[in-house]
Design a protein around this ligand. Structure first.
Ligand code: HAM
Length: 421
């Protein structure tokens, strides 16, 4: 009996699937490097405590946690930001700032597996540590945008929705919201774009707000763009920093990618300023990317204030978008030479040629077991080799090898020595 022992929400990366991943990783890595970020990584396992400090209830509920043989309470990493904060606290007063780090960790979250969300995924993390709000926020958002542009997406495909956590809290400050109601209120605001007006309205009913508070929520949700923001009471904290970010994004030539969105509040507890999420314009998918400023998190570890901002971009939604738009190059093995031996006596010379060509950076294959030439040639076409090198008994004795261009079907004789240099 066949038994499938795969774990729900985990992925098997067959070569064709891994090819899609490495295509995405290449663009992520190259983009971060062009902005001067350094690559790092942290451990896959952290203490449970690390995530309880400030990630928020939602992520703590999604942890894969366990007690190890020494009785320690541990968890598989669901995200990298707490690890970044923990690692930076060890070195933050020995290195010059800003610290610009990126990483592509494998993360685990015990979420309900669904379109765009799995229990195991890779996440491109980009963070600037030691720099206050303004240009650093713009730089991290630009890396997110450029990594998608480098994968072939354009302003017609995706949008960066931006808000500011201070702005949200200041907007409702003074309206007498009970402390225990602000968490649920932010959740309703966060959901408002994803559900109907009726659902939002019913959720607000449950909060039993005063009519003034209810009006404030309605007015808040009707803010549509940065022009609406400009018209607001200028004393609201966070508003100027939002407008500044929009003007810097315009200077960077990225204005068309950005929109103010009052519903972006982010589920993680550590954000303190600018927050943003990237979505595909069709609005059919979950967020491609999310991030923002977290100025207080490092204080929890190092006791000193170190401002920081960054984002995480998963491979799952992005991979689906790129595949749907035909932006993943076809999977090919890219073999330069397939060596075909007419008899099994040419093994030694075949291995010598293969090693010599591989040293020159060529991709070389051959069959491990001898088989008739026709079958070897069929294997060469199956791996889409560019050329076959046919080692005939007489040709080798005469110091020559037949080189066949498999696409053109043309054969030429070349000196054996030229392959061995
Ligand atoms: P996050 O919004 O929890 O933020 O995740 C960021 C991105 O990771 C999401 O937009 C999505 O692309 C991907 N992601 C999250 N959960 C899953 C899942 N279950 N399956 C597939 N993809 C997923 C953070 O993780 C923050 N630590 C980001 C950050 C870095 N903020 C500052 N620096």
């Amino acid at each position: 009996m066949k038994v499938d022992l795969s774990v729900r929400g985990m992925r098997d990366y067959f070569p064709e699937i891994y090819h899609r991943l490495s295509h995405i990783f290449r663009a992520w890595r190259e983009t971060a490097l062009t902005y001067g970020f350094e690559e790092f990584d942290g451990p896959v396992i952290e203490t449970l405590e690390l995530y309880k400090i400030k990630s928020g209830e939602e992520i703590v509920n999604q942890l894969y946690n366990f007690t190890d043989k020494g009785g320690r309470e541990l968890a598989l990493r669901p995200e990298l930001t707490p690890t970044v904060a923990r690692m930076i606290s060890k070195i933050q007063n020995q290195v010059s700032k800003p610290i610009k780090w990126f990483s592509i960790p494998r993360c685990m979250r015990y979420e309900k597996p669904q379109k765009g969300r799995l229990r195991e995924f890779f996440q491109f993390n980009v963070d600037i540590i030691g720099e206050g709000e303004g240009i650093a926020d713009v730089e991290v958002m630009s890396v997110a945008i450029d990594s998608l542009r480098n994968l072939g997406l354009t302003e017609r495909d995706f949008v960066v929705r931006i808000n500011n956590r201070n702005f949200v809290s200041e907007y409702f400050n003074g309206l007498g919201f009970d402390k225990h109601k602000t968490g649920p209120l932010y959740k309703i605001i966060d959901n408002a774009r994803k559900v109907s007006r009726e659902v939002t309205s019913a959720a607000l009913d449950e909060l039993e707000l005063s009519s003034g508070q209810r009006d404030a929520v309605r007015d808040y949700l009707s803010l549509n763009n940065s022009e609406d923001l400009k018209k607001l009471d200028s004393a609201i904290e966070g508003k100027e920093s939002l407008l500044n970010v929009f003007s810097l994004m315009e200077a960077a030539g990225l204005k068309n990618y950005c929109e103010f969105d009052p519903t972006i509040v982010r589920g993680l507890d550590y954000y303190t300023g600018i927050v943003f999420e990237l979505y595909d314009r069709s609005e059919k998918m979950r967020a491609i990317c999310g991030g923002g400023r977290y100025n207080d998190l490092l204080r929890e570890f190092s006791g000193v204030d170190v401002p920081a901002c960054g984002f995480g971009m998963g491979d799952v939604v992005l991979g689906e978008i790129l595949s749907a738009k035909g932006l993943i190059p076809a999977y090919k093995k890219c073999v330069d030479y397939f060596i075909v031996r007419v008899t099994d006596n040419e093994i030694d010379i075949m291995l010598k040629i293969a090693q010599s060509l591989r040293k020159r950076g060529m991709k070389v294959e051959f069959t491990y077991r001898w088989m008739p030439v026709k079958k070897q040639m069929a294997k060469a076409s199956r791996v889409q080799a560019k050329k076959a090198l046919i080692l005939g008994v007489d040709e080798i004795a005469g110091g020559m090898v037949v080189e066949k261009d498999l696409a053109a079907g043309k054969e030429v004789k070349i000196p054996l020595n030229s392959l061995l240099e």
